[in-house]
Design a protein around this ligand. Structure first.
Ligand code: AMP
Ligand code: MG
Length: 327
């Protein structure tokens, strides 16, 4: 079985092609980059996705050395995400499914970040530290669903880093640049906001920006932001691990590419004698391969394909509302 997956929840339009054994045949991404100083405007990102969609498809098929007739299932990211962007993926997926008479699988995007991580790290039943642009959740599987043990009460950690970057003159996405600058910084105190199992990032960003305006060094602020935000995530992950008695942690989502975050979680896991694994960097952020793989899992679990005439996006669905039949 070969699955083609379309990803278009936010900044990236991406198409991946993967086999039933988990061999990635193609993974082509075109990222929308807003002008410097701006955040992602959903309509502008959707226009970008529409413009590049057919070209990305062509490149992915070429990379995989396949034609559309060789594809067995068409998977697409159904949500959550920015509605105008999700529509671009939905429309192309429907078009392909109808034209080539292929089953159409709707994939819940956050679970795709988890499943690709499990595929490549061979983790079986981990606590998942899910850190992407728009979402931050600590999850674990029990009784048919990924349950959310803790999450952000305001913005996602990636968006928090990007906002700090935007206001201090960095290009989107700011995460990698912050990671680099942090290497030359030292610690300044910032607020630390964990409430029960939940986290809050936006006030910390406001505080860091105020310190920036008062002349504190950018390197020091980048270092302190990483230390603070990642320690908060590590604390909640550790408590989820202790509470559930699970013995693995999987770090996934775009911010999983960060070495300092990986190190903190690795140290915590070592102390608890748990296994730590991070999703490979190339599959950490939004990409079609994640969607294609989760489409295969859904299809093999017996989930019925969607009717292309009726299929729609699910921009606001939550992780713990999704039935996971393949575990
Ligand atoms: P996603 O929404 O899962 O595609 O993740 C995108 C987010 O990951 C953006 O907010 C990026 O700034 C962030 N990101 C990417 N690489 C890094 C990194 N090395 N350190 C921190 N954040 C990162
Ligand atoms: Mg994502």
């Amino acid at each position: 079985m070969i699955s083609l997956g379309l990803e278009s929840t936010a900044h990236s339009f991406s198409i991946g092609i993967i086999t039933e054994k988990g061999k990635v045949l193609a993974n082509v991404t075109d990222m929308y980059k807003p002008p410097q100083g701006w955040g992602i405007e959903p309509m502008k990102a959707a226009q970008h996705h529409k413009k590049v969609a057919k070209e990305v498809l062509k490149k992915a098929l070429k990379e995989a050395r396949l034609q559309l007739k060789d594809i067995d299932i068409v998977s697409f990211s159904q949500g959550p995400g920015l509605a105008p962007c999700l529509h671009v993926g939905l429309n192309l997926a429907k078009e392909l499914a109808l034209k080539y008479n292929k089953p159409l699988m709707g994939v819940y995007h956050l679970i795709a970040h988890i499943e690709i991580g499990k595929l490549f790290t061979k983790t079986k039943d981990p606590i998942v530290t899910f850190t992407s642009g728009a979402n931050t959740q600590i999850l674990g599987f029990t009784e048919g669903r990924y349950r959310c043990f803790g999450e952000t009460m305001d913005i996602g950690i990636g968006n928090a880093l990007d906002k700090f970057g935007r206001e201090t003159g960095m290009e989107f996405p700011a995460g990698p640049r912050i990671e680099n600058l942090a290497k030359g910084g030292s610690y300044l105190e910032l607020p630390y906001v964990v409430k029960g199992m939940d986290l809050s990032f936006s006030g910390i960003i406001t505080d860091a920006l105020q310190k920036f305006k008062k002349g504190e060094k950018l390197e020091d602020l980048c270092f302190s932001l990483q230390e603070t935000l990642f320690a908060m995530l590590t604390e909640v992950t550790e408590r989820a691990l202790a509470h559930t008695g699970k013995s693995e942690v999987l770090l996934t989502g775009g911010v999983a590419a960060n070495s300092r975050l990986q190190d903190m979680l690795r140290i915590m896991c070592r102390e608890r004698k748990a296994k730590f694994a991070a999703v490979p960097r190339e599959f950490a952020g939004d990409c079609g391969a994640n969607i294609a793989w989760t489409g295969i899992l859904a299809c093999k679990s017996g989930r019925k394909p969607l009717n292309p005439a009726k299929a729609d996006i699910l921009p606001r669905q939550r992780t713990d509302e999704v039935e996971v039949a393949w575990l």
